[in-house]
Design a protein. Structure first.
Lengths: 250, 310, 309
């Protein structure tokens, strides 16, 4: 069952990338001064801001003596999508995204270090062009590192899809909005590449189990690539030393 | 603001500084902090701007939609302000926590843009009584470091200046329906006339004096601030030869409001209004200059996009 | 918005028939001519700078018996009722607030406005009025006397013929004093509508509509100000429209005078209120005494019967 035509006869995708190519990732740590950690990440045309507050004392109802409570909020700017959104947050999709973010990030944070505490992670999508969840996870990782919260490993997220070139299945890495909208299947993976574990796996709709392995391995490869990019960004940021924004006023 | 705690002696320090016209960051009472402004930062919006005023970070996106004009104003378009306080700014804004502040700001903006002398809605009309443009001005507050109102109004004006509205041909068909024809070329669009759009100036009363552009620390020392909305001078927003054709401009107050739980004496109010109009004039000139330079860069393809990387 | 199914709801895009009446197509000049006669007087026979308070100011307290304090104000065709309830503890509050809170709600009666019927759910007008009312009242109430408590203030606008915010503030001031809420001063409010060189003090709805319209780039707008007159403090100042600085300052001085003019009227109502409550107290005491006497007399009777037995 050949899906929609996502690959040209030359083997290029709709936006001109090769099947195994990521979109350009640019990122910056410490964009804001008030949060304990913040990061900005661009993945192609998807732009995400993440801010981390904490760890601080958890509110009574949430507090747990086992480990830290990870509190996530995912919200999308009303102008982030092609069609204007009426509400930035609180709708079903945002709530689901918040839950998924929480799941992926809890897997990476050393939660046992901070019992009865809480870490707030707020993600704001400024521009959505496919893979907003992946970009959010990647940005949150950077923000957590900026906040100095101990992580087990980098948690990276990447999506992959499936296309057919001359009848031969060919997985696509880092799905853009056009490819998502064209109706191909999207597999989203959040993983800790250096430990090889998967924190979250989501499949948008059905995919033949024969292909699952190849698509998953492509997505995992993407996660590993992203980890390298994030690691480089963190090292560069730290090499700069204390940023000039860390000057304390008053 | 996020975890801002000041001891009484810190407050006294700020207060005494203002008394002597020397504020804790070295400014005088009538100085603004440095700002960074960039337009055209969100590609999904018709116009956008990002303004950073010290720690205050505002992102504005303008989206356009086709709508039906109000029956009592058939030849006018619509403009709608929506403010979203992102939880990035402070955890207090999580969920619906920032809603009250957001409503206050959007109401204030709506009132400031209410008068036709501040913003002419007729330029948004497509076909009288049938179709018009509706502008959604979406304001995202990413970080608050004091003086939100001023920053929001500056960013909104910049975003509107940057907004392009496609040319539309409208023809009346049988049965009162309107047929709209849109050009395929995205550059086939017009710019808005926003020269008169108002700027808000907050005057924060601390001790016996009023200061402009209060920082978050200064805001916490004050119980009352006055917001004056002043219409802009269209001369600052067009090239020199066009400017000479325009009439002499008188800045007018398009809205005045008071924020905070306190009250003021009538004399203070009078002085503050005068001070606000004066400040708005200089602010408007500076904004006009920056925006014109930016537009020049865009048309010459030399504009460098910074976004959040700076 | 929940629809009221008991009434016939027209199609959603229906327009009021007024849209097609002659009134609607009038231009600025006609509108102005209609509001001001050749002697420079306004439609109702008032002078330009004559507030409705001066020719007719009807106000009373103790309007709603269930409320702790209440008031009613009528300025010709603007009619406002206000009720104030006892301070109550704020529930579901994250932080302890050292100052008491005011909760204000302004509601238009469905039949209060011309043209459209007001819906049951609060619309943006009502929300804006509620915020404005809260801002105006906050500096007047001694909020430090009831920390972590809130006072509920409800305004119901029965009929709106302009200047409903000042009427609401005046009514709320009376109701708060009737409820014996400690306040720093009497609070009064007034508004002006400005259109060109015409300044309408205490405008009617028509005059407000005129002032909101832009004509040839002249000054126009509506200003509402509330004051604590004895303390010489402006508690709220709210302006829409567009006007130059001189005009604003001129309006400011007019409003200041107007706010002071209302004070004696408010004082009279409050004194009357105090007298009434004294008299009522006296009456109650007398009644109690009578009842006690009657009881004593009966006791005597019973005693004598018992003694005889």
């Amino acid at each position: 069952m050949p899906g929609p035509d996502l690959l040209s006869s030359q083997g290029l995708r709709l936006d001109g990338r090769r099947p195994n190519e990521l979109r350009r990732i640019r990122c910056k740590l410490g964009v804001f001064t008030q949060p304990d950690g913040s990061a900005y990440l661009e993945q192609g045309n998807t732009k995400v801001l993440a801010a981390v507050y904490g760890p601080h004392q958890a509110s009574k109802s949430k507090s747990s003596s086992e480990g830290v409570v990870v509190n996530c909020q995912y919200s999308m700017a009303t102008f982030s999508t092609g069609e204007r959104k009426n509400r930035p947050r609180g709708d079903r999709k945002s709530q689901e995204m918040s839950m998924h973010l929480r799941q992926a990030l809890t897997a990476a944070i050393k939660t046992e270090m901070y019992p009865r505490s809480q870490i707030d992670i707020y993600v704001e999508v400024l521009q959505a062009d496919g893979g907003a969840y992946c970009a959010s996870v990647n940005a949150s990782t950077l923000a957590l590192i900026d906040a100095g919260i101990p992580l087990k490993a980098y948690v990276c997220s990447c999506s992959a899809s499936m296309a057919y070139k001359d009848g031969v299945p060919e997985p696509l890495l880092d799905v853009g909005h056009v490819e998502e909208a064209a109706g191909g299947v999207t597999l989203t993976v959040a993983s800790l590449p250096s430990t090889g574990s998967i924190a979250l796996l989501e499949l948008s709709h059905r995919l033949h189990s024969d292909y699952f392995e190849t698509v998953l391995s492509r997505a995992m490869q993407g996660c590993r690539d992203i980890e390298i990019i994030l690691d480089k960004a963190v090292r560069e940021h730290l090499a700069e030393g204390w940023t000039k924004q860390d000057v304390i006023t008053i | 603001m996020a975890g801002l705690l000041l001891s009484p002696s810190e407050k006294v320090y700020i207060l005494h500084g203002i008394e002597d016209d020397f504020r804790s960051d070295g400014r005088s009472n009538i100085d603004y902090r440095p700002m960074e402004l960039e337009t055209d930062v969100v590609s999904h919006a018709s116009g956008s701007a990002r303004l950073r005023l010290a720690n205050t970070d505002i992102l504005v996106g303008v989206k356009t939609e086709i709508d039906v004009p109000k029956p009592d104003k058939p030849n006018q378009g619509k403009i709608d302000f929506f403010v979203d306080c992102s939880a990035n700014a402070t955890p207090e804004f999580e969920g619906r926590g920032g809603e009250q502040l957001a409503n206050n700001i959007s109401n204030l903006m709506q009132r400031a843009y209410h008068s036709e002398q501040a913003f002419d809605l007729k330029q948004l009309s497509i076909f009288e009584g049938k179709q018009c443009w509706k502008l959604y001005v979406d304001i995202l507050i990413l970080e608050c470091g004091g003086n939100l109102c001023d920053a929001v109004s500056l960013a909104v004006k910049a975003a509107l200046f940057n907004t392009r509205i496609p040319f539309v041909k409208a023809a009346l068909l049988d049965g009162g329906n309107v047929d709209l024809q849109l050009s395929d070329d995205p550059y086939d669009s017009k710019l808005l006339e926003v020269g008169t759009a108002p700027l808000l100036v907050t005057l924060c009363k601390i001790g016996e004096k009023c200061v402009v552009d209060p920082s978050a620390e200064e805001e916490s020392c004050s119980v009352i601030s006055l917001v004056v909305g002043v219409t802009g001078n269209p001369k600052c927003y067009c090239s020199n030869e066009d400017a000479s054709k325009l009439h002499e401009h008188i800045s007018k107050c398009s809205t005045i409001a008071m924020n905070g739980p306190g009250s003021v004496a009538p004399q203070t109010l009078t002085n503050a209004i005068k001070q606000g109009i004066n400040a708005a004039k200089y602010l408007d000139e500076a904004l006009g200059k920056a925006l014109l330079r930016e537009r020049q860069d865009i048309t010459n393809f030399v504009k460098h996009s910074y976004g959040f990387f700076k | 918005m929940p629809l009221d199914y008991r009434r016939f709801n027209g199609p959603e895009d229906s327009v009021s028939y007024r849209r097609f009446t002659e009134d609607y197509t009038k231009d600025y000049k006609q509108f102005l001519d209609e509001l001001i006669d050749e002697n420079g007087r306004r439609k109702g026979g008032r002078e330009m700078d004559e507030a409705r308070t001066l020719c007719m100011f009807f106000a009373r307290t103790g309007m709603i018996s269930q409320a702790k304090g209440s008031s009613y104000i009528e300025l010709k065709r603007t009619k406002v009722a206000c009720s104030v309830f006892d301070p109550r503890e704020i529930v579901h509050q994250n932080e302890y607030s050292t100052l008491g809170q005011l909760y204000c709600e302004v509601k238009f009666a469905p039949f209060s406005c011309r043209g459209e019927r007001k819906a049951l759910v609060p619309d943006s007008d009502e929300r804006a009025l509620s915020v404005a009312l809260k801002k105006a009242l906050e500096p007047a109430v001694c909020r430090h006397l009831f920390p972590n408590y809130q006072i509920d203030i409800f305004i119901y606008i029965l009929e709106n013929d302009g200047a409903c915010l000042p009427a609401a503030i005046n009514a709320a001031g009376l109701a708060l004093s009737d409820a014996a809420v400690p306040m720093y001063d009497i609070i009064t409010a007034s508004s002006v509508a400005i259109s060109g060189d015409k300044i309408f003090v205490d405008p009617t709805d028509d005059e407000e509509q005129l002032a909101i319209r832009n004509h040839d780039g002249v000054n126009h707008g509506v200003i509402t100000m509330s004051m604590l007159p004895e303390l010489q403090q402006v508690s709220d100042y709210r302006q829409i429209g567009s006007m130059d600085a001189d005009c604003v300052l001129n309006a400011l001085s007019i409003l200041e005078k107007e706010c002071k003019k209302i004070v004696p009227y408010v004082q009279r109502v409050l004194v009357q209120n105090a007298i009434n409550s004294f008299e009522q107290q006296k009456k109650l005491e007398e009644e109690a005494k009578e009842r006690e006497e009657a009881l004593n007399a009966k006791m005597e009777v019973w005693k004598s019967i018992l003694n005889v037995g």
